[in-house]
Ligand binder design. Structure first.
Ligand SMILES: [Zn+2]
Length: 64
């Protein structure tokens, strides 16, 4: 079995600067309609943090 080229990049984790809530690309946010495996770049621009309502621009990537 060969891997799809587009799936070889590791998933990354993002943290809300305001409340510390974590978005994990591998987990997604199914309750918000964001499927597991959704890249941060593919999260809608109008999405907001479920904890504090911050926008995407208030998030920062954290190392995993
Ligand atoms: Zn937040």
């Amino acid at each position: 079995m060969s891997n799809n080229e587009t799936s070889t990049e590791p998933f990354q984790t993002w943290m809300c600067l305001i409340c510390g809530w974590i978005y994990d690309e591998a987990t997604g946010l199914p309750e918000e309609g964001i499927a597991p495996g959704t890249r941060w770049a593919d999260v809608p621009m109008n999405w907001t943090c479920p904890e504090c309502g911050a926008r995407k621009e208030d998030f920062e990537m954290v190392a995993v």
